[in-house]
Design a protein around this ligand. Structure first.
Ligand SMILES: [Zn+2]
Length: 214
């Protein structure tokens, strides 16, 4: 058995011994919110956002990007499981800032083995053959950290399957301090339509009928 496999299974055996009341947790997240964040090993959403089992949905991918698949999960999160607020949380020093689509595609074309990160970026140290399949994937790399949060929040906000009533907050987690830093432009872009503005729309729509009946 690999060391990691052994460690994971023994940690799990310990965890399940004190599972207690968690056996009764409901399927929908109790605190009705979801977080989209990066898979970076330094980030632990349960700790940085104060989550316990059953509290919230956490969707993770490389960069915490609003990919089609992340949006698929978010839509399921509210449509079937009732979340009402969403966070997009990227972080400082994200690995997605250290390469471009072209770099990734070239690396994969040369070798499937793990590349190394040096002063000049990632470079291959392994053997070929590689594959050209990487050319068909949008790797959703990040050029500007703040702008990426704004783009992802805005993409979620604009998505036709996302109701206007769900606020989407944009943050960057600082890997040096553990703090969440708000990206105000993102949060502004992700603002929900308030109940008041929805009512105002209703009034505008109904107004001509009222006039006709008079
Ligand atoms: Zn990252």
């Amino acid at each position: 058995m690999s060391t990691v496999l052994d460690e994971v299974l023994s940690a799990n055996a310990e965890y399940s011994k004190s599972f207690g009341d968690k056996t009764n947790l409901a399927l929908p997240p109790a605190r009705r919110f979801a977080i989209l964040t990066c898979m970076d090993a330094r980030l632990d959403p349960a700790k940085y956002a104060g989550l316990r089992e059953g509290d919230a949905h956490v969707i993770r991918n490389a960069g915490g990007r609003a990919s089609d698949d992340a949006i698929r999960s978010l839509v399921i999160s509210y449509k079937l499981l009732g979340t009402r607020e969403w966070f997009v949380i990227h972080h400082t020093e994200c690995g997605m800032e250290f390469f471009t689509d072209e770099v990734m595609r070239d690396l994969l074309e040369k070798s499937l083995e793990t590349a190394e990160l040096g002063a000049g970026g990632f470079h291959d140290v392994g053997q070929g053959p590689g594959s050209q399949e990487g050319r068909f994937i949008d790797w959703l790399t990040i050029r500007d950290a703040k702008q990426a949060v704004v783009e992802d929040v805005a993409r979620i906000r604009r998505h036709p399957l996302v109701p206007k009533t769900i606020p989407v907050y944009g943050y960057i987690y600082d890997v040096k301090s553990g703090r969440l830093l708000e990206i105000e432009e993102a949060t502004r872009a992700g603002r929900a339509e308030t109940a008041r503005s929805v009512r105002a729309d209703d009034v505008r729509i109904k107004a001509p009928e009222t006039q006709l009946s008079i």
